[in-house]
Write a protein that binds this ligand. Sequence first.
Ligand code: RFL
Ligand code: PHB
Length: 390
Amino acid sequence: MRTQVAIIGAGPAGLLLGQLLHKHGIANVIIERQSADYVLGRIRAGVLEQVTVDLMEELGIGQRMRQEGLVHDGVELMFKGARHRIDFPSLTGGKTVMVYGQTEVTRDLMAAREAAGLQTVYEVGDSVRLEGFDGGNPVVRYRRGGQEHVLECDFIAGCDGYHGVSRASVPKGAIREFEKVYPFGWLGLADVPPVSEELIYANTERGFALCSMRSPTRSRYYVQVPLEEKVEDWSDDAFWNELRLRLDPEARERLVTGPSIEKSIAPLRSFVAEPMRFGRLFLAGDAAHIVPPTGAKGLNLAASDVKYLSDALVEHYGERSAAGLDHYSERVLRRVWKAERFSWWFTSLMHKFPGEGEIAQKLQEAELDYLVSSKAASTAMAENYVGLPL
Ligand code: RFL
Ligand code: PHB
């Protein structure tokens, strides 16, 4: 089999890239480890920046998002037991974010891919091998249904997430990795009607909590827990009790509790691999970088990466110019590092760090007080949260 661009991974990065390339007549095949249902079963991101919303619209798949997504024009920051609102439009010249789950984005992209008759090979397990990307003829080898397959291509897009094969295929000496692992995780639980119309990010002496949502009837709540904690040790009741203790009196009163449909613990990490190009292999999304979820940036970075990559590939095939491809890594990393900085800053401001003592709490509260009372500080926060321009 032969294609122009072989895409590894059918997460948001891979699926978005596939549609962007297809729109410009560039053939692509996606190779995915899991089944489509498994990919759709993962509950992950919930907040889309305008840049991501615009990409969905550009691809003609914004209709359901427009109907079912929730436009949010602010978030609430809670500290010292009280909530303070950051208003996005007045601070950013009219910008907002869209609450529309990663599952729904993925579902819309899969449907569009199927309607366009584009090929996705699911359930290849750990069999993918990338070869020849340092020369002129890259190939992707994989096994499916007990048979070996070879996909020849011009380029490989590594969109296979943090644990994928693409970054791991690069010789160690050619890549630099920067990493920070936080000493806590997020225990997440879905779903009952949300406690508030906007997201609440809470800094408390007991640790961080986030009240988010997927729809007017589905909440998604998180509490900071020590890394060693096991999800089996958290009954739904224990979760609700802990969340209640981290909310202000009004939210505590309004909180609707019920059985969870999904409960899991996610570790928090900042990670960047440089560069993001190795000959004819390009990394995009979580394959190259991870942010802690506090800034809601992961999916949005995956989207902006593949926008840059598809522009570069369109330039290559259309104008026969390598300039876009040559500058891909440098251009993407400039935006990635700014999102890494924001996510690290917001994580550091909102979480309780073990062993840091009471002064750390006081300093966070002073910074939060400054953040909500200074227009300059609120503007910097709002500008980053709604997303920096491409
Ligand atoms: P994905 O989604 O991990 O997809 C990678 C795909 O590659 C497949 N794969 C392979 N395929 C073939 N061969 C192999 N060897 C393979 N290895 C892996 C995988 O099965 C998978 O289908 O990466 P992608 O596309 O780069 O997308 C990144 C986003 O998924 C991620 O950044 C976000 O979910 C992060 N994130 C959030 N991002 C936001 O923008 N806003 C949010 O509000 C937000 N909240 C979150 C989050 C992530 C979370 N968790 C659980 C990590 C909340 C949470 C709790
Ligand atoms: C979510 O709804 O899952 C979510 C929202 C905002 C974040 C992180 C996660 O910052």
